[in-house]
Structures are given as structure tokens and as C-alpha cells.
Design a protein around this ligand. Structure first.
Ligand SMILES: [Zn+2]
Length: 401
């Protein structure tokens, strides 16, 4: 006889939580990744809300993260603090729950308000991605805490402030918190029909700074070293490295100057999409070779900034087990949970890279995210909240996957 509460009781309990109120209140606060004041307000409101759970809650300072400006200078990018809640850290079975408080909408973006498009369809910034997800996570954890099984499981909750720009200031924190966990759930939105994301490719973003030598374009051009030409050469060589399982997109070249001057500075921005660790190795080798060859051939200095900040997330045995558990919990709730591979990336990539099984679309059902048409299907809040609660309680009861 299982100690997990009956499905109807779980659903009632989750449905009694103020998930829509939380979603609406949190989406009313602009928390674009660059809006530090908004993120600070958001972190405070979330800290209040999540402090109803047991454990120690803290706001963690962001790790330093560099960015390369259009003039080639490297400087630190400011980020908001990240929320961390540690509950029963000594438990034998521990999980990680992650979400993000930032959105893609800057404070001066036109899309700031919410409205119901239909009874069940709420349009608003971040309602699906992912303030609705945070609201149902909190409801699920409150439901878990109401069960005696809660004593058998410990967990960390991490809500970062920089997911939408690549988690550069929280990647180390995520890796640290993933350690020792049996499984992780992340609250990115599911598709409108409830389909979850399965395997994910990875991504790497690089800013490659080329330092040439300026000269007069007419008087002594041969004394110059043209940085724009070198950066273009680099773009062509890197593009040639694309292969099955590795997309390469030279996206922008910045720098240069007036027509009568040989340009001494160019910055090449390039994105790689590796499908596997082998593809990352191939991309790294291509970068090293292209940089060395162009530097030698064109007598320029080249500095490479960037990393493969989102490693690929394959579905390994552990992830397959976790998916099966989520699918079974869904079936018991009357939901048919499917998943499909996606080219998108999120913190689930980083968690998987730490060797921890993760399902990263446990959030609300919704769609049109990252656009002014973003919507949340309101009835998915209790549905997905119950799905999470049931999944966690079963892991607690079993002591693992
Ligand atoms: Zn998101």
C-alpha cells in the first residue's frame, strides 16, 4: 500500500494554492535580464513566497561574467542575485528544482501588461516562461510538504536571474547544486498540447576579437593589417567546419571605420550548435586551427572569448527512467505525456552535463514565448502542479528513480 496520497486528494490540494494570483503578481513585475532593479524586486517577492517552505533561503550573488563590447573591450556584465532554498540537506534522497526569474522583455519593451484572450488563456510577459512555472512549482512543493513522505526527501530550489541570456553568472551555482542529486526538474513551459522537451542540442557563443594594424587606405595600405578581412576569413573557415551534428552560424562582424583607413579592429560573433560532446570537440579544434592559421596568414592578433555554455542534453538511461516516472504520474492523472527533441536550450542542458537526470519542461502549458503573444493556459497550473507533486512523492517513497 503506497503512502502517496490519492490522485484526487493531490489535485484538490494543489488546486487550492494561489497559483494564478502568484503568476499574475509576478508577471506584473518587469524582470528583464538587464533590469537589475526589477530583478531585485522580483527576488524579494519570490523569497517571501518560497519562505513558506522549510529550509534555508538565501539570495546568492552572481558569479562574474564577461562580455565583449563593440570596441573590443572586455568588461563584467551585471546580473541579479539568484535565489537558493536548501531543504533537508542531510536527506539520503535529494532532488534539484530549478527555474528562472528573468524574462526576455526589457523594462522599456512595449509588452508589459496582461489580459485574458479567452477564459483559459492569459496573455502576458513571462506568464508561461516562466512565472506560471514558478507558481506551480511552489504549489507542488507545498503539497509535497503536507505529506509525511516529505521527511524522506531533501531538495534544493534554485531560481536564477540570467537564464534568458545563457546563465553565465549562475552556471557554476547550477553545477554545484546538481551534485549528489538523484534527479532534477526544471520549470520551462511545456508545449500547449502538453508535450515536453526531450533531447536538446547544445550551444556555444563566441566573440572573436581581431587586432590588425591601421594604415592609410591610399598612401600606405600595405603597412596595414586589415582586421575586417581577417575576421571575414575566419568566418568563412569556421563556417566550413559545419557538419552533421554541428551547425555553425557566423552572425555578425563589428568594427572597422572610415573608408580611407585600413581597419585595425573587428569582432566576429559566432554561434555553434553541437549535438554531442564529439561535436563540441570538433568545434573547438576548428576554432583553434582557424584562429592560428588566420593569425599567421594575415599577421593579426586574435583573442577568443566565449564558451560552450549549454552542453548538449541527450536522453541517457537516467533521463529515460525519470521520463518514464513522469509519464506514469501523468497517466495516473489522466494525462498523456509525450516528449520530443528540440534545438532550444535551457538550464536543463547544464544539469544534464552534471550527470543528473532532468526533465526540464515541467512548467505550465503555454506558447508563443519570447513574443508579445506569449500565453499561459490557466488550467495547466493545477494539472502540472499535481504532476510535479506526484512525481516527487513517488521518488521520495522509492528513495530514487
Ligand atoms: Zn524560460
Amino acid at each position: 500500500m503506497s503512502d502517496v496520497p490519492a490522485v484526487s486528494a493531490l489535485l484538490d490540494q494543489v488546486a487550492g494554492e494561489p497559483m494564478l494570483d502568484h503568476t499574475r503578481a509576478w508577471a506584473a513585475i518587469n524582470s528583464g535580464t538587464r533590469n537589475l532593479a526589477g530583478l531585485n524586486a522580483m527576488a524579494g517577492v519570490l523569497a517571501d513566497a518560497f519562505s513558506v517552505l522549510p529550509g534555508d533561503l538565501s539570495l546568492v550573488d552572481p558569479s562574474p561574467a564577461d562580455s565583449v563590447a563593440t570596441d573590443g573591450t572586455v568588461s563584467a556584465t551585471d546580473h541579479g542575485r539568484h535565489l537558493v532554498l536548501r531543504v533537508r540537506p542531510d536527506a539520503a534522497t535529494r532532488m534539484l528544482f530549478t527555474g528562472h526569474m528573468d524574462t526576455v522583455y526589457p523594462v522599456d519593451h512595449a509588452f508589459q501588461d496582461q489580459r485574458f484572450l479567452e477564459d483559459n488563456v492569459l496573455n502576458g510577459p513571462g506568464v508561461a516562461d516562466m512565472k506560471g512555472g514558478l507558481a506551480l512549482l511552489l504549489a507542488a512543493l507545498k503539497t509535497v510538504e503536507a505529506s509525511p513522505l516529505a521527511r524522506q526527501i531533501g531538495y534544493d530550489v534554485m531560481i536564477n536571474s540570467d537564464e534568458e541570456t545563457g546563465s553565465f553568472s549562475s552556471a557554476a551555482l547550477i553545477a554545484d547544486l546538481a551534485r549528489g542529486k538523484v534527479a532534477a526538474l526544471t520549470y520551462e513551459p511545456a508545449l500547449a498540447d502538453g508535450t515536453l522537451a526531450g533531447a536538446r542540442g547544445g550551444t556555444g557563443n563566441f566573440s572573436i576579437v581581431v587586432h590588425g594594424k591601421s594604415a592609410h587606405a591610399g598612401r600606405n595600405p600595405d603597412e596595414g593589417r586589415n582586421a575586417i578581412v581577417a575576421a571575414s576569413d575566419l568566418a568563412v573557415r569556421l563556417f566550413a567546419a559545419k557538419q552533421s551534428g554541428l551547425a555553425v552560424n557566423p552572425a555578425r562582424i563589428e568594427g572597422g571605420g572610415p573608408n580611407n583607413v585600413v581597419p585595425d579592429l573587428a569582432i566576429l560573433r559566432v554561434n555553434f550548435r553541437p549535438a554531442s560532446p564529439d561535436a563540441i570537440a570538433a568545434a573547438k579544434a576548428a576554432i583553434d586551427t582557424a584562429v592560428a592559421d588566420v593569425a599567421a596568414d594575415r599577421d593579426v592578433r586574435i583573442d577568443v572569448h566565449g564558451s560552450f555554455n549549454r552542453p548538449p542534453k541527450p536522453i541517457d538511461d537516467g533521463a529515460a527512467k525519470l521520463f518514464a516516472l513522469v509519464k506514469q504520474s501523468g497517466a495516473d492523472l489522466g494525462l498523456d505525456i509525450g516528449w520530443k527533441a528540440t534545438g532550444g536550450v535551457c538550464d536543463g542542458n547544464n544539469i544534464a552535463a552534471a550527470g543528473v537526470p532532468v526533465v526540464d519542461t515541467m512548467g505550465a502549458r503555454g506558447g508563443a514565448i519570447h513574443s508579445s503573444d506569449e500565453f499561459l493556459l490557466v488550467d495547466s497550473l493545477p494539472e502540472r502542479g499535481a504532476l510535479s507533486a506526484l512525481t516527487v512523492l513517488r521518488i521520495a517513497e522509492k528513495g530514487g528513480l
